[in-house]
Design a protein around this ligand. Structure first.
Ligand SMILES: Cc1cc2nc3c(=O)[nH]c(=O)nc-3n(C[C@H](O)[C@H](O)[C@H](O)COP(=O)(O)O)c2cc1C
Length: 191
């Protein structure tokens, strides 16, 4: 079996019940094609985040984005920890997802998660894959970019088309051959 098929076999969801295509095809690769993402797609991706629900409609999220080969991309990339830099270097687009904790201290992170997943699913709908990263230097981000006073960096999302695994390093392939298990029981009816 060629390596791409092997990796997809491991990572593609195996839903027991019917789910929408974007859920059934979403997973988080560590290898991207460097193909640039057109601005109209970036606009749609953020539009999906805009319409996410939030506690008391506070919308306590703010996103920054940077595409290769800009200075902004380079500077944001430098804040990733070495493990993430190792795989994220192929991703054409990085999104810095931030929470406005002053505006929504109680549910801010929860709300940001909803907006982020909306964005991830919209990206999948447009043919892109993404992988989120919590491992980055938040202090450094704040020093470099001088974000708004109450804007807290929370997660960086790498987005792009999936890469040609024939060009990936052995280390990346080894990461990608790691299984992606899911818990089987996640709900039960209240009685
Ligand atoms: C809050 C959060 C933080 C994450 N941080 C990292 C990270 O720093 N580096 C990384 O490679 N993946 C990171 N991930 C990706 C997860 O490891 C991945 O989503 C998980 O293994 C499930 O795989 P799947 O997205 O393919 O279903 C993160 C995901 C989330 C939601």
């Amino acid at each position: 079996m060629i390596i791409r098929d092997k990796i997809f076999k491991i990572h593609l969801p195996k839903p027991k019940y019917k789910v929408i295509k974007e859920i059934a095809t979403r997973w988080s690769p560590r290898f991207y094609s460097e193909e640039k993402i057109p601005q109209k797609d970036i606009n749609s991706i953020f539009e999906a985040a805009r319409w996410a629900p939030s506690g008391r409609n506070k919308q306590p999220w703010y996103f920054y984005h940077a595409q290769k080969p800009t200075e902004g991309y380079k500077k944001l990339f430098e804040t990733l920890d070495p493990y993430n830099q190792n795989w994220a270097k192929t991703a054409p687009l990085l999104i810095l997802a931030c929470v406005d904790l002053k505006n929504q201290p109680k549910y801010g992170e929860y709300d940001l998660g909803q907006a982020t997943f909306s964005l991830v699913i919209q990206a999948r709908h447009l043919g892109y894959y993404s992988r989120q990263m919590a491992l980055f230097d938040k202090k450094k981000v704040k020093q470099i970019f001088k974000l708004g006073k109450n804007i807290e960096p929370y997660i960086i999302i790498a987005i792009g088309e999936i890469g040609d695994y024939k060009k990936a390093s052995k280390q990346i392939i080894d990461y990608e051959l790691d299984p992606r298990p899911r818990k089987s029981k996640i709900c039960e009816e209240l009685i």
